[in-house]
Design a binder for this molecule. Structure first.
Ligand SMILES: NC(=O)c1ccc[n+]([C@@H]2O[C@H](COP(=O)([O-])OP(=O)(O)OC[C@H]3O[C@@H](n4cnc5c(N)ncnc54)[C@H](O)[C@@H]3O)[C@@H](O)[C@H]2O)c1
Length: 318
């Protein structure tokens, strides 16, 4: 039952872990973050402080609340201590199947039988790394979107053994911490949203590699056209609002065949694929100056919070 979840743990104090911890601590859960790397834990402490300062600055919470949240989050490199004391654990470690497999098996042995263990994996399914875990009924995916302490939606995905009870408790828990659970009833590599997001990303990189437009123009085009609308409509709602469903049958047939199924399915030649791979291998951003990464992230977090306040009026100071 949801009431049995009183303390939570987060494993992995990287880009996602600190934000995931903030969500739980904001809504009253004593939260422990653990990492194998002491430096990552220290960075996480600073990230949490800075994220809470931005929340205060933007009027989402009052200073007293920020201090309470900060005190509610503890840090340790001792996995067994965190595991023994957590009713719900979110794994957010490096996306390497063998590391996740080892961790899930360890957690399975260290946690009390009632503990639910969730993974924030982006690309894998539970069968890829959690098939040896004994508590199959109590493992699940909760997939957050960066920055996880701000973006409302979280995909909640079942594995082959996940019980309905675990699925429902996890969705209720997400609602309790004011997230919007997106329910995925069976295993799907990439979950729902990364598949959709990557369809666009693949096409964007491919059009860049084929020389149709600069990275800046592709980026600006998406943000100022359909991306601009996307806080309010997805492809289903867009179909409804654009009135395409009112077109005559022959135009709707054409729309489905040529526009939806026919366009934007460019073939990736070996040369184009190589160019995209080489670009990714460079390990540098497209647009932002890597020396100003933190400033760029803060600017974006503040912009997201402004949208959050319009769409999900949220003042977390009770
Ligand atoms: N960054 C994103 O945009 C994003 C979005 C959604 C999901 N994810 C997923 O979340 C997970 C974490 O991603 P991230 O971007 O925070 O990675 P990251 O590299 O920033 O952080 C990973 C952290 O895990 C720690 N770690 C590695 N192995 C560990 C272990 N065995 N025990 C404890 N700590 C360990 C590392 O020291 C590091 O601090 C990945 O599965 C990733 O695919 C990332």
């Amino acid at each position: 039952m949801l009431q049995d979840i009183n303390k939570v743990g987060v494993v992995g104090a990287g880009a996602m872990g600190f934000g995931i911890a903030i969500n739980f601590a904001l809504w009253g859960y004593p939260t422990t973050i653990t990492d194998i790397n002491d430096k990552a834990l220290h960075r996480s402490m600073r990230n949490i402080e800075s994220a809470l300062n931005i929340f205060v600055d933007e009027g989402l919470i009052i200073r007293k609340k920020a201090d309470e949240v900060n005190h509610r989050i503890t840090f340790t490199t001792d996995l067994s201590e965190m595991a023994a004391n957590s009713d719900f654990i979110t794994e957010a470690i490096t996306e390497r199947p063998e590391d996740k497999r080892e961790l899930f098996n360890k957690l399975d042995n260290l946690c009390p039988p009632h503990t639910i263990i969730a993974s924030n994996t982006s690309f894998q399914v539970l069968s890829d790394f959690a098939s040896d875990v004994k508590r199959q009924r109590k493992i699940i995916i909760t997939h957050y979107f960066i920055p996880p302490h701000i973006v409302p939606g979280v995909e909640v995905a079942k594995g082959p053994g996940t019980s309905d009870e675990t699925f429902n408790i996890t969705c209720e828990l997400m609602k309790k911490i004011r997230k919007v659970p997106i329910r995925i009833a069976k295993e799907l590599p990439g979950n729902l949203m990364n598949r959709i997001q990557n369809a666009m990303r693949r096409e964007a990189y491919l059009l860049w590699a084929a020389g149709y437009a600069t990275a800046e123009d592709i980026e600006m085009g998406i943000r100022t056209t359909f991306g601009f609308r996307m806080a309010n409509e997805g492809p289903m709602m867009h179909y409804d609002l654009s009135g395409v469903w009112k077109y005559s049958q022959d135009i709707r047939d054409h729309y489905a065949e040529k526009y939806i199924l026919g366009l934007g399915q460019s073939e990736i030649s070996a040369e184009i694929a190589e160019k995209i791979k080489r670009r990714m291998a460079e390990g540098k951003p497209w647009i932002i100056d890597p020396n100003n990464y933190d400033e760029a992230k803060e600017k974006m977090d503040r912009a997201y919070i402004k949208c959050l306040k319009c769409r999900f009026p949220l003042k977390i100071d009770s």
